[in-house]
Write a protein that binds this ligand. Sequence first.
Ligand code: 0A1
Ligand code: ZN
Length: 865
Amino acid sequence: MNAAVEVFRKDYRAPDYAVENVDLDFDVRDRTTVVSVLRIRRNGQARADAPLHLDGRGFELLELAIDGLAVAEANVERDDERLLIKQALPQAFSLRVVTRLDPDSNHSLEGLYRSGPMLCTQCEARGFSRITYFPDRPDVLSRFKVRIEADAQRYPVLLSNGNRVEAGEAADGRHYAIWEDPFLKPCYLFALVAGDLGCVSDTYTTASGREVALQFYVDKGNEGRVPHALESLKKAMRWDEQVYGLEYDLDIYMVVAAREFNMGAMENKGLNLFNARFVLASPDTATDADYEGIESVIAHEYFHNWTGNRVTCRDWFQLSLKEGLTVFRDQNFSADLNGADVQRIGEVRQLRTLQFAEDAGPMAHPVRPDSYVEINNFYTATVYEKGAEIVRMLQTLLGRETFIKGVQHYLREHDGSAATIEDFLAAHEAVSGRNLEGFRRWYSQAGTPTVGIDDEYHLLAHTYTLHLEQSTPATPGAPDKKPVPIPIRVAFFDGEGQRIHLPAQPPLMPAPDLILLEDAQATITFEDVKVRPTPSFLQGFSAPVRLQFGYSSDQLVNLLLHESDGFARWEAVQRLMLNAFFELLSGPAGDDTQALLKGLQLLAAQHFDDKALLAELLRMPSESYLAGQLQPLDGEKLAAARDALRLRIAHALTGPLSVWATAAPEDQGAINVGRRALAGIASGYLAATRSTRILDLCRDRAGSDNMTLSYGALVALNDIDCPQREDAMAAFLSRWRHDALVLDKWFALQAGSAIGNGVERTAELLGHPDYVASPNRIRSVLGTFWRENLRAYHRADGSGYRLLAEQVLKLDKSNPQIASRLADGLLGWRGLAAPRDELLRAVLQRLVQQVASPDVSEKIHKALA
Ligand code: 0A1
Ligand code: ZN
């Protein structure tokens, strides 16, 4: 697999050397010269002759000296990625490294690179070693001091982690700043920014009364779009104090918005770097969903200050230690702020679409992986989202109070150090007195467990019995799976939707609303049950499993109308929609479609305060979700059946849909957010009927000053070939051509449209005069194309696969991380309907010969294996 090597978790060894202090001097000119002086000490357990391992790549080395003496070539072993110093080293010494970087030609967006008017850094996971030679591993924690010098006109803003301790003028119109971070940190949390940026500041007073300066740096002219992110930050700071008792620890918290960023954002200590799309928002440019995304990413990065920064990861196999836990924390924050039901539905939708697919494909890996070739390939839905689900189950098992104590205990025990998932679980065992032995398998075993349940009701004996079983499918390299402890929240209803209370049956049911399935099989019998219950299993999606139970349509409608758990209602309607979808896939509408339509009509007649929940209940499953349900996958057939389903629903619900489509207020506020969501869904259905009235309404609404309404109208029109769509799209493009974030939306709409030849159109978009190859734009076009436009991407002539593969190959050289994300679209050839499987495999076999990056190469090798 090229020069790349596979790294194994079992090979972990503590570092031989500690880096106590890091002194960095950045001299920013056409090129940037970095002088790094490290104070190094040999660790107790290391042999006296242990060589010093340093990582480094992609720069020019100008000097390498130990205690003031140049290191002789003969004492150095060096390849493209690292350098070994083999001379005899004293117990403590100083290492001086001088490197020269060319950030303007660094398109990988790792290390030091340019984004518009600034130079900035991205060091997780291994970007610091693109700046200087350093032991680039998270278990080396140091105190950093950073001096930055640059032209005062071109780079008036000079930032790094911690506190600014000095600043001043330098010769030739230059200036400098010195930053010191008092906290120990691994080098992946280092950050630097030099640029010409606008700043919005505020302050926050912590629970203990300390004042913290908050500063947001954005492209000049965008200052007016900062308030929402700023407010979100303050809410997150308060929430972490109130829920976990955790306060911010520095005197300043900075957020910088970059136009070009590979991921969402990065939690560098005291100096977060953000993809601009997760900072900037105003009602005319950002949708309600964008507002929520910003709130949650701002919170996520803030919460990392404790779960990630104060306590970091020992090695990258432990990535979920910080990511799973921090996602779980940001999910709870969003649920507390915006309502738990809708939040949970969104989480489950994402988990099922992305993580379940990953867990069933060639890249399946445990939440704590055993090996990797390229660590950047493991910032996955499994590590993040399934990791968060495991933390959620832990909370369910221990109870919220004990769980929070466990987190606090873990943070106290490991503050200022690098920890493991094992440490986290041990802390919970310590505070709860519970044994989590079986629970550990959730971290070590890949694959989505299936839970199958049968029930039996005895009319005469008045007994009700549940037979449960679980199994986890084989994943690559891991054929044998053991049972895992699965918490299944449960409620029972009678035929009229009234709750039936059945007693707990310990130990299988520790509480009346919880089944804990630990073994491969279990049986629970309830006595004295007067009527046949309708069970509601997995309320709140209490475990990341596939649940199989033979629900009748009547039972599903019953749950849809009467469950109080929002997730369970949504799950019921999802099942009804799936049944109808499968019916329409193979023939005309029948009983399943009728049952869905009847259920939706009854739902429409109910009173709903929570319009956002109603909107979620009505939303059709996405193409990419349906793709995960269909083997072998024929994307064209899938899209056609989904269109048919949409039209059926539109005709059955025309009355209420028309009312909801018209109630579309422009003002902010939670109630209106729900109304807008509902209006968007409703107009999407109605547009499918091609009624002139609704098409005109959408065209007009697309010009709204509220982006949620405008974008919702465009989405509704997007699959309908009509003049209203043409007009609305053209007007939108000319209005927003100069706003990169809004323009991303226009590109995504084009790439996702069902109209005409989607492959040709997507290829043309890549040559559009307004196209630029920024990560956000690439995702808008190519990400939308392969994930959400199945009829185009999966054309039977294979042209969709060839287009995506060409682009992967092109990006493989400049930005392997983005190339690798796109390559996800090429991995699932085994699940495709002929002739697509062979066409895609042929594309992969050609590609694997051509790619250079370990990122893409690792995935394609695994897909072909
Ligand atoms: N730790 C960040 C995610 C992140 C990871 C890698 C990056 O560059 C390769 C950038 C960001 C988070 O969880 O938000
Ligand atoms: Zn994170």
